[in-house]
Design a protein around this ligand. Structure first.
Ligand SMILES: [Zn+2]
Length: 82
């Protein structure tokens, strides 16, 4: 139900941001496509809005601030070190 919570102006800002980071080409197209997917800007863990301020810093953020600060779950933990 939070899908597409960003305003058109906010999406435009993010679009410009992405365009300034990628050179025109396939990579840019993929990036812009992702911006228009319904789950863009929604935390993949808790489903909450990631927030425009956070997306402006990192347009590819997959987690909200709270989830990003949580320790990495045991299943994802790298055990190859030491
Ligand atoms: Zn979250």
């Amino acid at each position: 139900m939070h899908h597409h919570y960003l305003t058109i102006e906010q999406r435009e800002t993010l679009t410009n941001l992405i365009c300034s980071r990628f050179v025109p080409g396939a990579q840019l197209e993929i990036a812009l496509k992702r911006l228009h997917q319904p789950d863009y800007g929604v935390c993949i863990d808790c489903g909450k809005d990631i927030g425009f301020v956070r997306l402006k810093v990192d347009p590819w953020a997959l987690h909200c601030r709270a989830c990003a600060l949580l320790p990495i779950s045991a299943s994802d933990h790298q055990t190859t070190l030491a």
